[in-house]
Design a protein around this ligand. Structure first.
Ligand code: ATP
Ligand code: MG
Length: 308
């Protein structure tokens, strides 16, 4: 459904997106996971035709986005990171306004607005001005607007940013529902859990590059399928590295106060680890063992943690 090849964008000296390629098949829920400034919005903007790439191609179905913009843009819906709502209009009026821009007729618009307001749970408040809505309600309306012209694919840029966990889950349920009904979805997030729960496939992005793409299970293999050991205490990252120098241990990161690692040999177990750390003068206050998660994969690929 969507095929992106070698997409790049520079802003002056900054390479915001660097040769990004990916494919999303019909009905799939595809996520871009990355920290602030990773290049998610810039990528989404190029996929939906708001921003012209310096290099690369975007194909939507059988058409090239930049050679056939009118035909392709109709197939896409965008839910931008910044809310695009008229605060003084009601939810219904916002939908009618945006739908009108897509050339929907009066009768169709009225029916479609009702349908969407139901779907995002705003039917009973649909005649109030948007300025009276909560953050979560505005996000839901933003989502409905992206769907007004029945796009084949929906691009969602951080659709849950700045709202509480309950409102967030509510939006995730709606997105899941839209995907189930056959709409292809690309969405961006910097929440690991969101990506893990929602996506069929995930691209991990940092500094403009896609570092790895796969299902959660495929990505977990990147971390080697091995348990992830985290130690905490009043030590420096350097002390930990020195204490374990030459040992069969692979670090995911070693920061002051916290280090995360894998044990590389079966006979080198937790007891050996603690022993070696103790001999190196590293005091461990807390130790935990976890199955590899998206978090450990992210850590392995970027050397950094991705915190909400
Ligand atoms: N119009 C612009 N002019 C100059 N630099 C830009 C522009 N848009 C984005 N950038 C820069 O490009 C990089 C990628 O930005 P982008 O907005 O794509 O990141 P993001 O992954 O969406 O981040 P966030 O999670 O904060 O939304 C950043 O360093 C940003 O400052
Ligand atoms: Mg962004």
């Amino acid at each position: 459904m969507i095929t992106v090849q070698g997409l790049s964008k520079n802003f002056g000296q900054l390479r915001a997106v660097d040769r990004v390629s990916f494919e999303v098949s019909e009905g799939q829920l595809f996520g871009f996971l990355g920290p602030n400034g990773a290049g998610k919005t810039t990528t989404i903007s190029m996929v939906c035709g708001l921003l012209k790439p310096d290099e690369g191609t975007v194909r939507i179905g059988d058409y090239d986005l930049w050679q056939d913009p009118r035909r392709t843009k109709r197939l896409l819906g965008l839910v931008p990171q910044e809310l695009a709502l008229y605060e003084e209009l009601s939810a219904r009026e916002n939908l009618v306004f945006w739908g009108g821009l897509y050339g929907l007729g009066h009768a169709e618009l009225s029916q479609r607005s009702g349908e969407l307001l139901d779907r995002v749970g705003l039917a009973d408040r649909s005649r109030e001005p948007v300025s009276r809505y909560s953050g979560g309600m505005k996000r839901r309306l933003n989502l409905a607007i992206g769907l007004v012209h029945r796009p084949k694919a929906l691009l969602l840029d951080e659709p849950t940013v700045g709202i509480d966990p309950q409102a967030r889950n509510n939006i995730l349920d709606i997105i899941r529902d839209i995907a189930r009904q056959g709409t292809t979805i690309i969405f961006t997030t910097h929440h690991l859990e969101e990506a893990e729960k929602l996506c069929d496939r995930i691209a991990i992005m940092d500094h403009g590059k896609v570092l790895q793409t796969g299902s959660v299970a495929e990505l977990a293999k990147v971390a080697g399928g091995r348990d992830v050991i985290t130690i905490r205490g009043s030590f420096t990252g350097r002390q930990v590295q020195q204490a374990l120098e030459g040992d069969p241990v692979a670090f995911l990161n070693a920061a002051d106060g916290q280090a995360t690692l894998h044990l590389e040999k079966p006979d080198y177990n937790l007891a050996t680890l603690i022993n070696r750390l103790g001999r190196g003068g590293v005091e461990v206050a807390d130790l935990s063992v976890q199955k590899p998660t998206l978090e450990s994969v992210f850590l392995k690929l970027t050397g950094r943690e991705l915190r909400d």
